[in-house]
Design a protein. Structure first.
Length: 693
């Protein structure tokens, strides 16, 4: 993290004694160096807060009022509040407050006035309120309030009038009010209100005049369809997606409710069942364009036609027309062009024709229709595999699993991704019918799940397998039948995970990449053996900071990295007695900083020659035997500042002066490494914006 920037054009030839270097990659330079500009902290793309010490350090660096140009991440900490961040006024990227199981208040953000990116507040188990965000008037990106189980309302956002992305309010178990959004006028992308079981009113959205994307609704309390319909009409013609797993229409009241919810253009993410003896027609549903589940018209005693379904173009499951005593025509389905499952037409005594559906290349199952004139041969229904077409399906409770399984049937596949999140699921039992996932399988932030039992029939995942921040997950038992995996394997932040034996049948990774980090109990030898089995995928070691001070640390890093690998955070080499770093071969990049400080025996940097880029800075300080930098000959990019000081045997910068090396904005040199003339000009050209030396 870069803390200051010299004024443009100013050259600082710094003869430094010992540079005080915090292992958090901060450097306190001599008095000749300039102070922070306009309260801005010049950071890399991400500033992470992991504990109170990070808040204190940030406040010390920033002063009474400051801004961060990148992202601010407060993720999976033990913080109870954010006291100490009161000076933070603006964030140039996203703010992510996620998975903090003791965080009860955001009051420490009361000075915040501007977020250029998105604001994500999710999976904070005891967060009661949003007070502390009252200074926000605009959010440049999306606002996500998701999975905060005790959050009761949106109070604290009263001054917010503009959201530059979407507004996502999802999976908040006790959220009952949106009243804090009373001044919100514009949502530039989607509005998503999903799976908030206590939410029964839309107070707070009365002033919204614009929604730039689709409106998504489902899984909430008993929201009045007329109020939703009024909001839909006020913002104009946007597409509506209704995500409940099952919609039933048995009478005119239910028909009118669906009409109000959907409007002129809508789709259902679940199944639609029309039945009963109170309906004579389906007028009002002309706006229905797609049903991602099944479309069922059954046991209707007064329904003669399906004209209200004329807008339906696609069915993601099966079409079933069965047992309708007076139905004479299917002309209302003339626009239907795609049925992923079977098209079942059975036991409709007065049905005379399939109309324009006759020539459709559907998987027909027809029988028991005595008046039907068709060239389709009668056949008995055979078992079929169901299809759930949702692009993303979320499971946060046993009730979600039950709905998902009902939607799929005895055997089914999901075309999109499956996300399992939250503390309510201790088991995945009930998913035994799931055979394939077209997208990714993600388990994130689960607090009770110990294994993947329930997924025994899952054979293929088209995307990646992401297991992150699952506090009790001990193994991957349940995936024993999994053979195909199209994306990366990500195992990060699972403190109880002991082995990955459940992946034994996977022989290769289509996307040859793996991410490992913060799984302290994971057996390294068996994991290494599995990686060899699948072809030694490129690995990202995703730890915020990895420290090397002895042989055991190097061995652990090599076992985590395997063959070729990259560090997702910073690498700190301190207190080493070894003469070189040859055992680090295979390391190709570091997303954070490279800090080499106080190594009495270190003579060269051999072992780092494959490192091509540093996402942060390069700090080489206080290494009395270090005489050359040849081990960094592969380095082409340093995004942060470069500091070399108090290395008495080091008299030149070769090979770092090579053509093609790009640097951050500051180069700090200690005694004996001063640059003059043409050499100085060449180094100056490498610095961003002609920065300071």
């Amino acid at each position: 993290m870069r803390l200051s920037r010299p004024e443009n054009g100013r050259i600082l030839l710094c003869c430094l004694g010992l540079v005080a270097l915090a292992l958090g990659c901060a450097v306190e330079e001599a008095e000749q160096q300039t102070t922070p500009v306009d309260g801005a902290i010049t950071a890399d793309s991400l500033y992470a807060i992991n504990g109170p010490e990070d808040i204190t350090r940030l406040a010390d660096w920033g002063g009474p009022q400051y801004k961060i140009p990148g992202d601010l991440r407060i993720d999976s900490t033990q913080l109870e509040d954010l006291a100490g961040l009161e000076g933070l006024q603006a964030v140039g990227g996203d703010i992510i407050v996620r998975g903090n199981n003791r965080l009860a208040s955001l009051e420490g953000l009361k000075g915040l006035q501007e977020v250029a990116g998105g604001l994500i507040v999710e999976d904070n188990d005891v967060l009661l309120r949003l007070q502390g965000l009252g200074g926000l008037e605009k959010i440049g990106g999306s606002l996500h309030l998701r999975g905060n189980q005790v959050l009761k309302g949106t109070e604290g956002l009263e001054n917010l009038f503009f959201v530059g992305g979407g507004l996502y309010i999802e999976e908040n178990g006790n959220l009952a009010s949106l009243g804090g959004l009373l001044n919100l006028i514009s949502i530039e992308d989607r509005l998503v209100l999903r799976d908030n079981p206590q939410l029964q009113q839309l107070n707070g959205l009365e002033g919204v005049a614009r929604i730039g994307g689709e409106m998504v609704l489902g899984g909430n309390g008993a929201i009045d369809p007329a109020i939703w319909g009024a909001l839909r009409k006020r913002v104009g013609a946007v597409r509506i997606v209704l995500t409940d797993s099952l919609y039933r229409i048995n009478n005119p009241t239910q028909l009118r409710a669906l009409e109000l919810l959907g409007g002129a253009a809508f789709s259902l993410a679940g199944t639609l069942v029309v039945s009963g003896d109170q309906l004579e027609g389906l007028a009002g549903l002309e706006g229905l364009k797609a049903v991602d589940g099944h479309l069922v018209v059954e046991q209707s005693r007064r329904l003669t036609g399906l004209s209200g379904l004329s807008g339906v173009r696609r069915i993601g499951g099966s079409l079933r027309i069965e047992g309708n005593s007076v139905l004479t025509s299917l002309a209302g389905l003339a626009g239907l062009s795609q049925v992923a499952g079977n098209a079942i037409v059975k036991n409709n005594p007065h049905l005379a024709s399939l109309g324009s559906l006759e020539g459709k290349n559907f998987k027909w199952i027809v029988g028991g229709n005595p008046l039907l004139q068709t060239e389709i041969q009668e056949q008995e229904q055979t078992p079929e595999e169901g299809v759930i077409t949702n692009p993303l399906y979320r499971l946060a409770s046993p009730a979600d699993i039950k709905r998902f399984a009902q939607l799929g049937g005895a055997s089914y596949r999901l075309e999109g991704s499956l996300l399992v999140r939250g503390d309510q699921l201790a088991s995945l039992k009930g998913l035994e019918g799931l055979t394939a996932i077209g997208g990714s399988l993600r388990l994130e932030g689960t607090g009770a799940l110990r294994s993947l039992a329930g997924l025994q029939r899952l054979r293929k995942i088209g995307g990646g397998l992401y297991l992150q921040q699952n506090s009790r997950l001990a193994n991957l038992d349940g995936l024993e039948d999994l053979k195909g995996l199209g994306g990366p394997v990500v195992l990060q932040g699972n403190p109880s995970l002991k082995h990955i034996d459940g992946l034994a049948r996977i022989k290769r990774l289509k996307k040859n990449e793996m991410v490992l980090g913060n799984n302290p109990q994971l057996d390294r030898q068996s994991t290494l053996a599995w990686r060899r089995q699948v072809g030694n995928p490129f690995t990202v070691v995703a730890e915020t900071e990895f420290r090397l001070s002895g042989p055991a640390d190097i061995t652990r890093l090599r076992e985590l990295g395997g063959g070729a690998y990259r560090l997702g955070g910073s690498l700190v080499i301190a207190g080493m007695e070894w003469a070189n770093l040859t055992d680090l071969q295979g390391l190709e990049g570091i997303d954070g900083s490279l800090v080499i400080v106080g190594n009495k025996g270190l003579q060269s940097l051999q072992g780092l020659q494959e490192v091509k880029s540093l996402g942060g800075g390069l700090f080489i300080v206080g290494n009395p035997q270090l005489a050359e930098l040849a081990g960094l000959r592969g380095l082409t990019s340093v995004q942060g500042r470069m500091v070399l000081s108090d290395n008495p045997q080091l008299t030149h910068l070769d090979p770092l002066g090579q053509d093609g090396l790009s640097l951050g904005d500051t180069l700090v040199l200690g005694q004996g490494l001063g640059l003059e003339g043409e050499a100085l000009a060449q180094w100056r050209q490498k610095l961003k914006g002609g920065g300071g030396i």
